[in-house]
Each structure stands twice: as C-alpha cells, then as structure tokens.
Design a protein around this ligand. Structure first.
Ligand code: 13P
Ligand code: SF4
Length: 309
C-alpha cells in the first residue's frame, strides 16, 4: 500500500492535481487525499483550488459539482459508475413535470442530484446548510424540496414551514438503518449519544441526540464530553472520527440486514487507490457537463455558496 500511495503522490505533483475525498470513502483513499470533507466543504474547495486537475474521490454528482464550479479544470472521477441511489431517485423529466405543477414555488435541491436537476433548481443546499437555505426563503413562498424526503421532513419540522412540497426520494444507505438495532446498541452503551445524519428516517431522527451533516457529526463528537458515541451514517466517517479523537469510541449503527452488519455506500466504496492512480496516469474518466446545463446549474450552486452556513 505504501508504494501505491507514493506513486499517487508523485502523479499528483507531476500533473499539478489535487485529490478531494468524501468522508464516506475507504480509509486508504482518505489517507491519500489532499483534502477530505463533507459535500459542502468539497464544493467550496473545488471552487477555489489552483490545481489544473481535480481527482474527485467520491460519487459522480460530487465530481459533476466540481466541474460545474470549475469548468476550466480537468475533473476526473476514478470510477464513472460510482453513482448515488438518492440522485437516481429524481429523474430530470419527471422532476421538470413536477416543477411545472407548482410554477410559483422556489425549488431547493440537495446537491445529491444530477446536473440536470441542479439546472432546474433555484438554489441548492447540502445537509450542512439546508436549514439556512430554507430560512433564507420568504415565509410566504411555497418551496419544492428535492430529492430526499427524510431531510425534507426534518427541515419542515425544524423550520415549522408548512408550505414545503417534498419529492419522494431516498438514499439506500440511510433508509436501511435498524431502529431496533440502534436502541439495542444504546441499551449496551447507555452513556453513548446517538449522532444521526438527516437522511435517516424520522423514527431514528426522533431518538437521536444530535442530527447533522457528516462534518457536523464529526464536530459534535469533539465538543461533546462523552467518550463513546453511536454513529448513524455511512461508516466511512469513522476513519476521520477515530483520527481526530483517538481516545473516544465510536459504534457504527446496525443496518436492517443483519447478515451484513454495516451500511456501506456501495458507490463510495467503488473508489480505490488503483482507480485513483489509473485516473491520474491515463486522464480517464473526465467529467463533462454540457455548457447550457452547466451555466444553469452553476447559478443554483453559487446561490447556495452565497448563503452563510
Ligand atoms: P454530507 O452532505 O454530510 O457530506 O452527506 C453527503 C451524502 O452523500 C450523504 O449521504
Ligand atoms: Fe448517495 Fe446515499 Fe451514497 Fe450519499 S450515502 S452518496 S446519498 S447513495
């Protein structure tokens, strides 16, 4: 593994590239990255990097977001098949028809969407800034929120907004945590706060001690004096939590499939060191976004970046 990492570091230097990785990727991928973050931090970093090429160690919509923000840069995705079940749950044709049924609504989309959906959106959000984005919209305005129904109803509860119309999308990872399993784990570790991502279902969010994005969950584990935590999101996040707080213990929440015992995002785990090295060596696979779509999508992402979170 040491050789692979050295080879990647050399290639990064030679190509004046930067590797951006999400917290859900494999530990060794996070180790080789120049920057590891949640989807908001990664899009901010993609917009400001001076590198000629960005290797996006994450899923396709994240690499696409980087390309939308930095069209002059080469954006490479180590595995172009690394999609997202949530982004897939919101196809552009159906969404355009849905939007047409509510012509006066402001469209807010989570960044976990395709470039086409972002182009049909007024302002994007991530789980880090979703509350601020919703609160920035005048109270009397109807809002379409897409695609995650769990995040949408959590936002509705937090803001008290009744005029929100939710798209019925979901993420396979967060939909499949077991409430019973989490409560059982809590019985075994009664002092451990439950930290959950807002893409989880409502009954899980109701028992959680804290709900937040991946970056917020990591930060919370640092400021909370507890020494053990139950973490209800993709278990790749544990790598960063253990790195930052080696004296604390983190228990990944169980999924409903007891034979597997974990809730990996199959797409994030498709990114490997071999594929990163190959992307840097061959210049494949480059992310391309048609210019007309890119321009519209950029507006909704920049609108989000202007809202303080
Ligand atoms: P974050 O916005 O917390 O990075 O989450 C991204 C994601 O894909 C959640 O499933
Ligand atoms: Fe998409 Fe879910 Fe994977 Fe996040 S965890 S990238 S929402 S499939």
């Amino acid at each position: 593994m040491k050789n692979k990492i050295e080879k990647i570091k050399d290639l990064v230097k030679a190509k004046n590239a930067v590797i951006l990785a999400h917290y859900y990727t494999r530990p060794e991928v996070q180790q080789v990255a120049d920057f590891v973050g949640d989807s908001l931090a990664l899009s901010v970093e993609a917009a400001r990097t001076n590198a000629d090429a960005i290797v996006f160690a994450g899923v396709y919509f994240m690499a696409e977001t980087a390309k939308i923000l930095s069209p002059e840069k080469t954006v490479l995705i180590p595995d172009p098949e690394a999609g997202c079940s949530l982004a897939n749950s919101c196809p552009a044709t159906q969404f355009a028809a849905f939007r047409a049924e509510h012509p006066d609504a402001v469209v807010v989309s989570y960044v976990n969407t395709t470039a086409e959906i972002k182009a049909l959106t007024d302002v994007c959000c991530t789980s880090s800034n979703a509350l601020e984005v919703i609160r920035s919209i005048p109270e009397d305005k109807e809002i379409i929120f897409a695609p995650d129904r769990n995040l949408g109803s959590w936002l509705q509860k937090q803001t008290g907004r009744e005029n929100m119309i939710l798209w019925e999308g979901a993420c396979h990872v967060h939909e499949e945590f077991s409430l019973e399993g989490i409560l059982e784990l809590r019985k075994q570790h009664p002092e451990a706060p439950i930290l959950a991502h807002p893409e989880c279902k409502q009954p899980i969010l109701m028992v959680a001690d804290f709900v937040g994005s991946t970056a917020a969950i990591i930060a919370r584990a640092g400021v909370n004096p507890a020494t053990e935590f139950i973490v209800v999101t993709e278990p790749g996040i544990l790598h960063e939590m253990k790195r930052l707080y080696p004296q604390k213990t983190f228990y990944p929440a169980p999924g409903i499939d007891s034979t597997c015992g974990c809730n990996d995002c199959q797409y994030m785990k498709m990114v490997t060191l071999e594929k990163i090295a190959s992307a840097l060596e061959t210049g494949q696979s480059e992310v391309v976004v048609p210019e007309q779509t890119r321009k519209k999508a950029e507006k909704s992402i920049r609108g989000m970046l202007e809202i303080k979170s």
